[in-house]
Design a protein around this ligand. Structure first.
Ligand code: ADP
Ligand code: MG
Length: 391
């Protein structure tokens, strides 16, 4: 349940507000390649400005490992944000210390300042209290809208909340409402679609959803390990021998709620141009590998999705990066888009796949967090969320 204070619960007029945003966007030669995360922060930023706050924004970008890496500077993002917001966005060359302090001090209500990459300091990932304190000293209040970083207890996501009143932004609130509330207390029937490369990455997700869902539709590489656990030879398919026992146990616990593909697309190599064919699930011939779910499975899974009131999806059904093996993933995207269910998609590649399918508009909630959304699906409380003030 969502029981954290949000920007609506605080008075920001005339205050300096430190907003942790997730501006970890792909950059190429200083150009923003995908601005989803920047746009996702706008409702919170615009609301705070309307309420008369001065905004000091901070974020990490990439993995500079505690050192200044010029290619990972947020400076181009400040310029980009300025264009999107239609107003100047100032930039400070450091997120703490004299550069940040003087820029923050000069800021007036209605103005926006972006600080340099928090991960240029080793203290960020170490959650160093000294760094957190310096960040906090720049402002009167703290707002966390960086859902994508909330699974990390870092100086700018967790440490800083020890020194400033801390509340959630609108994006954080929305992510928690869907990935937390909706999944803890779903409208039934509740259907989970789980795929992706490996079971080992998703054991926590499967275990958590198993207790709550009416059906779990399995696809992707993880299906192979379930097949092998059932005793099928899987040819050259991606398989994780070290979790065969776990797979067997999950099959047993889930009973008929766990659905496995009954036809698959096999290929003679891992390649966009590989020879491929559909076969009913059975022993996979040597030299062949499963790269997608088959059309009958898409039809059957789509029917289950049609009857759902809540659908949560993590993990592509096949190697959707190759068009020949994207039909399973895009077929289910179609079913989810057409259903009346509340639909939630989380996970890096899953989100990319749904966007690529052109059906993103018809999904209720597409998460902006990769790792954070997975941890939510595991039923965990994220440290960056736990640290915010309760209502
Ligand atoms: P997410 O990022 O959404 O959590 P994962 O990282 O678990 O998803 O898995 C995504 C990857 O799984 C995709 O890049 C896709 O190519 C791969 N994948 C899906 N099905 C298979 C398969 N049958 N064999 C090998 N890889 C697969
Ligand atoms: Mg992934």
């Amino acid at each position: 349940m969502f029981n954290k204070k949000t920007v609506r619960d605080i008075d920001v007029r005339g205050k300096r507000v430190l907003v942790r945003v997730d501006f970890n966007v792909p950059l190429k030669d200083g150009a923003v390649m995908d601005d989803t995360r920047i746009r996702a922060a706008l409702p919170t930023l615009e609301y705070l400005l309307e309420q008369g706050a001065a905004l000091i924004l901070c974020s990490h970008l990439g993995r500079p490992k505690g050192k200044v890496v010029p290619e990972l500077s947020l400076r181009p993002v400040a310029a980009y944000l300025g264009q999107v917001m239609g107003k100047p966005v100032a930039f400070a060359d450091d997120c703490i210390g004299p550069a940040a302090e003087s820029a923050a001090r000069a800021l007036k209500p209605g103005e926006v300042l972006l600080l340099e990459n928090t991960r240029f300091h080793a203290g960020e990932k170490k959650n160093d209290p000294a760094m957190a304190k310096q960040l906090a000293a720049l402002a009167d209040l703290y707002v966390d809208d960086a859902f994508g970083s909330a699974h990390r207890a870092h100086a700018s996501t967790e440490g800083v909340t020890k020194f400033l009143p801390a509340v959630a932004g609108f994006l954080m609130e929305k992510e928690l409402r869907y990935l937390g509330g909706m999944i803890a207390d779903p409208m039934q029937p509740f259907v989970a679609i789980l795929g992706g490369a490996k079971i080992s990455d998703k054991i926590g997700v499967i275990t958590n959803l198993l207790t709550k869902s009416d059906a779990i539709l399995i696809g992707g590489g993880m299906a192979n390990t379930f097949f092998k656990a059932q005793g099928y030879p899987v040819g050259d398919s991606l398989v994780e021998d070290e979790v065969l026992d776990v797979a067997r146990q999950l099959i047993q616990e889930a009973g008929s709620r766990l659905r496995l593909p009954f036809d698959v697309v096999i290929a003679d190599r891992f390649d966009a141009d590989a020879d491929h064919k559909v076969m009913p699930m059975g022993p996979i011939p040597d030299g062949w590998r499963i790269l997608d779910i088959g059309p009958e499975t898409v039809r059957a899974y789509s029917k289950v999705i049609q009857g759902a009131k809540t659908v949560v999806w993590n993990g592509p059904m096949g190697v959707f990066e190759f068009p020949a093996f994207a039909k399973g993933t895009f077929g289910l995207a179609q079913a989810v888009a057409e259903s009346d269910a509340v639909s939630i998609v989380g996970g890096g590649e899953s989100v990319a796949a749904v966007k690529q399918s052109g059906l993103a508009e018809s999904i209720t909630h597409i998460s902006t967090g990769g790792g954070a959304s997975l941890e939510m699906l595991e039923g965990k409380t994220l440290p960056g969320v736990a640290a915010l003030q309760d209502k």
